[in-house]
Design a protein around this ligand. Structure first.
Ligand code: ADP
Ligand code: ADP
Length: 233
């Protein structure tokens, strides 16, 4: 049984079709990498999966709970789906005036109703996991880009998502800082996290992903074992 199922998803912007009838099933623990030229709809597809964009048509099922996205999605459906789908952006989107720890614990209090103590304990454990325990009381502007992105990953993980989406998570980073982030992502994949990663990092795609999807003009034009897809001329 797939943990994430997308059926007939389309997104129109005016008369432009950014995502064109995409269907995709993702197994628990599967790592899917998505590549394709700029403007091919990769980012819009991810944004539709957690309803940052409202899809024009389609159906998204996460953990067995379907969300019909034809027409209006209720606030309750939106909140339920967002909780299950963690997202990491190219820009880290951390609150600069909150400490690293607070950036991770606040959403747990607001969204999951955890106590401050529970949220802080979980946040510390996640900071250990991403190698940043020593930065807990720093503010994001005092952290490197690679550290900020690892905090953003910890923040998304703190809500216990079923699926993690990554939209070009390393493309704003210098290569060596990007490697820190890729290594955390690799570790997550090894631990069995279900992930969809839009990336230009072809090494990550071939070494870590179970499946590589190629998009063009809003559609999936090719998919399969990463090494086979990459070697295919
Ligand atoms: P990619 O992530 O593959 O670069 P995008 O999903 O960002 O592609 O964009 C797909 C297409 O949709 C592009 O033609 C882009 O200009 C268009 N698009 C994306 N977001 C919007 C928007 N908010 N309004 C209008 N057009 C958009
Ligand atoms: P990405 O490909 O990483 O999404 P973009 O620069 O294409 O980066 O998009 C950044 C933001 O601008 C997104 O919120 C997207 O929806 C919006 N956007 C992209 N293309 C257009 C467009 N043609 N018209 C309006 N908004 C757009």
């Amino acid at each position: 049984r797939p943990i994430l199922s997308i059926e007939g998803l389309s997104k129109q912007f005016g008369d432009h079709t950014a995502v064109d009838d995409v269907s995709l099933d993702v197994r628990p623990g599967e790592v899917v990498a998505i590549i394709g030229p700029s403007g091919s709809g990769k980012s819009t597809l991810l944004r539709c999966i957690n309803l940052l964009e409202s899809p024009t048509t389609g159906r998204i099922t996460v953990g067995g709970i379907p969300t019909e996205v034809d027409g209006k999605v209720s606030q309750r459906e939106l909140v339920a789906l967002r909780r299950k789908v963690g997202m990491v952006f190219q820009s880290f989107n951390l609150f600069p005036h909150l400490t690293v720890l607070r950036n991770i614990s606040l959403p747990q209090e607001r969204v999951l109703g955890r106590s401050r103590a529970e949220a802080d304990a979980r946040s510390m454990a996640l900071l250990e996991q991403v190698g940043l325990a020593s930065k807990a009381s720093s503010h994001p502007p005092r952290c490197s880009g690679g550290q900020q992105q690892r905090v953003a990953i910890a923040r998304a993980l703190a809500l216990d998502p079923s699926v993690m989406l990554f939209d070009e998570p390393t493309s704003a980073l210098d290569p060596e800082l990007g490697l820190e982030v890729l290594s955390v992502m690799r570790q997550l994949a090894d631990e069995g996290m279900t992930m969809i990663v839009v990336t230009h990092e072809i090494h990550f795609a071939s070494d870590v992903a179970d499946r590589l999807i190629v998009m063009a003009d809003g559609r999936i034009i090719e998919q399969g074992d990463p090494k086979t897809v990459i070697d295919d001329p």
